[in-house]
Design a protein around this ligand. Structure first.
Ligand code: IMP
Ligand code: MG
Length: 179
């Protein structure tokens, strides 16, 4: 069990399981992109460890860049999204958007609206986690590492008010029992 700020979290997904999930995703993406040189676009901050492991497992030529949009405060999404770091030089490139987690999908739909204004050749979307019970958009996510229930998780890049990103495994919020 670990404590971050005021909340207690319990172990959920081990570092070994994460590596297996990421290897599987790298393999799937490679099957689709082996004749191309995709640009992996990591969505900061949450995807930094996932993106780094994903490209280490990716056996072909590829490039890396980052974008950053802010929306999340505390343990529930605020709904409003702002651009902090935009896409750059994506003309005629095959992009793979790399997200840590898709929750409501607000960040994702903001990003796809932005991509509609740019002239990339194509884009695919990879997310390590998806919370289908919270997801309320119909944008297709091409590569999903793991589908999880609507619980708040931290670790492996994901934070609770900036803490927990450095944990090598995933923890979930411990349910409070008031009896
Ligand atoms: P969305 O816009 O609601 O889909 O949420 C997007 C962002 O919120 C994700 O990229 C994460 O950075 C953050 N987020 C969503 N769910 C969680 C969670 O369970 N733990 C930590 N961060 C989360
Ligand atoms: Mg994120």
């Amino acid at each position: 069990m670990i404590k971050l700020h005021d909340l207690t979290f319990e172990p959920y997904i081990s570092a070994n399981e994460l590596q297996e999930i990421v290897a599987q995703l790298a393999y799937q993406i490679y099957q689709d992109y082996k004749d191309k040189c995709p640009v992996f676009v990591g969505v900061l901050n949450g995807s930094f460890l996932f993106l780094s492991d994903l490209v280490k497992q990716y056996p072909g030529d590829c490039e890396v860049q980052f974008v950053r949009f802010t929306s999340y405060e505390g343990t529930s999404s605020s709904g409003e999204v702002k651009t902090v770091l935009d896409f750059s030089n994506v003309e005629n490139r095959d992009l793979i958007i790399v997200e840590d987690i898709v929750d409501t999908g607000n960040t994702l739909s903001f990003m796809t609206e932005r991509l509609n204004q740019l002239n990339q050749k194509s884009y695919g979307i990879a997310s390590l986690f998806l919370k289908p019970d919270a997801y309320n958009k119909d944008i297709e996510i091409d590569y999903v590492g793991m589908v999880i229930p609507n619980n708040f998780i931290v670790g492996y890049g994901l934070d609770y008010n900036e803490l927990g990103r450095n944990l090598p495994e995933i923890y979930q919020l411990k349910q409070q029992h008031n009896d």
